[in-house]
Design a protein around this ligand. Structure first.
Ligand code: UD1
Length: 417
């Protein structure tokens, strides 16, 4: 099993481009099967979640080719409507395929999804949305079996603005007769990116970024070439990595508006952050002040995906920070590992109370999920001595060669087998 070894204490300095968004690319890859024509996806991140999604597309019968930075998907020969449980377990986003498979083939058999173990993560909102579209849904032996032969547009209100459910229903609705209105839809930038992709394929869809999305179904859907948005969570992670080492960093090719919640927290804590059109620079040679309270929320609130990296920064901040995790029940698994590195953290229900220490120290730790793993890298970069992180496949699900990015900024991190 591969590990990351980090020799802490190096100040990160320099300039990077950020990878494209994992959470935008995954639903777009799923949506690529809505058309029989070819899809070309530029700058597709080279990460494990993308590999797994491409494997699933191949299992369905698609021809998938990767040429360096771009991927071409030809789903004309699609031959199966079934996602086997082994692949579904490796990738929670396999659930997104339910919508597109139904729109294209009118039936589907999908195993219950896996992915990061960060809570119960039910799929009831997805299923309710599909049922509203008149899809017949049965659950049998760990599989969701759907018949969408009479799928019809509908006006529905989601119980919660779930990102995945909004995307799934948007994609299913492209194959439903008539108009679908999704109310209380998620507003994340990745939803707008999915809409932009669908529009570039000829789908009549509007409203993404607001709470109401409207899809006109059963139009013709054609191939396209598309470049997804930059990864706001990776950008945020690198900003926090630079801050924890008291370094300075310029991130190019970002959409600063997508991480306003992070930038405003950092500004509150008197970090020097400069925001330009498509770049952000930060400069921080002093110990950061603790954050009064950070609460994770749906967009545009503070993203749950940056909660763990932010906790790492709080571990060395001056004072006590409170973090409230409102989105997922078990998203504090990195805490036990940070404590091994000398962090002072108490967790009670959904709150973590973090009292900053002057220095963390290196330790042998384990990544339990993607963003928690990234938090351990950040902690290792700032710690005295050496940190070894196990189970780094979690990190490699979402960060494209994070060790190279950090090394290019002067950090000492090695991937070893
Ligand atoms: C997506 C992101 C993930 C991010 C999350 C929240 C992708 C691939 N993943 O995950 O990185 O952390 O949004 O911003 O885009 N819920 C239900 N029933 C459902 C669906 C969700 O109760 O049917 C609950 C979840 O358990 C969770 C909350 O709603 O508590 C938010 O989940 P959701 O927005 O659906 O997250 P994902 O789409 O899984």
């Amino acid at each position: 099993m591969a590990k990351f070894i980090i020799n802490g204490g190096k100040v990160l300095k320099g300039e990077i481009d950020v990878q494209k968004s994992k959470n935008a690319v995954l639903p777009i890859l799923a949506a690529s099967i809505l058309t029989e024509q070819k899809i070309k996806l530029n700058d597709c991140p080279d990460i494990l979640d993308v590999d797994n999604m491409l494997k699933i597309l191949v299992t369905l019968g698609c021809n998938v080719e990767r040429f360096g930075k771009y991927v071409i998907i030809d789903s004309s020969p699609i031959s199966s409507d079934e996602i086997p449980s082994k692949l579904a377990k490796e990738l929670r986003s396999s659930i997104f395929l339910l919508g597109p498979i139904l729109a294209r083939l009118k039936k589907a058999k999908v195993a219950y999804p896996g992915g990061c173990d960060i809570g119960i993560r039910p799929i009831d909102i997805h299923i309710k949305g599909l049922k509203a579209l008149n899809v017949n849904v049965k659950e049998e032996h760990g599989y969701i079996i759907c018949d969408a032969s009479n799928m019809k547009g509908a006006d529905m209100l989601l119980d919660f603005p779930s990102v995945g459910a909004t995307e799934n229903i948007m994609m299913a609705a492209t194959g439903a007769k008539g108009k679908t209105i999704i109310r209380n839809a998620a507003k994340e930038p990745e939803i707008s990116d999915l809409q932009n992709f669908l529009v570039s394929c000829g789908v009549n869809v509007s409203g993404a970024g607001t709470g109401t999305i409207i899809v006109e179904g059963c139009g013709s859907i054609h191939g396209t070439e598309y470049t997804p948005i930059p990864d706001r969570i990776a950008a945020g992670t690198y900003i926090l990595a630079a801050l924890i080492t008291r370094g300075n960093l310029t991130i190019n090719n970002v959409v600063p508006e997508h991480i306003t919640s992070l930038i405003s927290k950092l500004t509150e804590s008197s970090c020097k952050v400069q925001v330009f059109n498509d770049k952000i620079t930060i400069n921080n040679s002093k110990r950061i002040k603790a954050f009064e309270i950070i609460e994770t929320m749906p967009y545009p609130g503070f993203p749950t995906d940056l909660q763990a990296p932010m906790s790492a920064l709080c571990c060395v901040a001056d004072g006590t920070s409170i973090i409230l995790e409102n989105m997922f029940e078990t998203r504090f698994k990195h805490v036990s590992e940070l404590v091994k590195m000398g962090a002072k953290i108490i967790v009670r229900d959904k709150a973590a109370y973090i009292t900053g220490v002057r220095r963390l120290h290196g330790a042998d730790v384990k990544a339990y999920d993607l963003r928690g793993g990234a938090a351990l890298i950040l902690a290792g970069l700032s710690a005295d001595g050496t940190t070894a992180i196990d189970d780094i496949y979690h990190i490699e699900r979402g960060y494209q060669r994070i060790e190279n990015v950090i090394s290019s900024l002067g950090g000492e991190i090695f991937r070893v087998r």
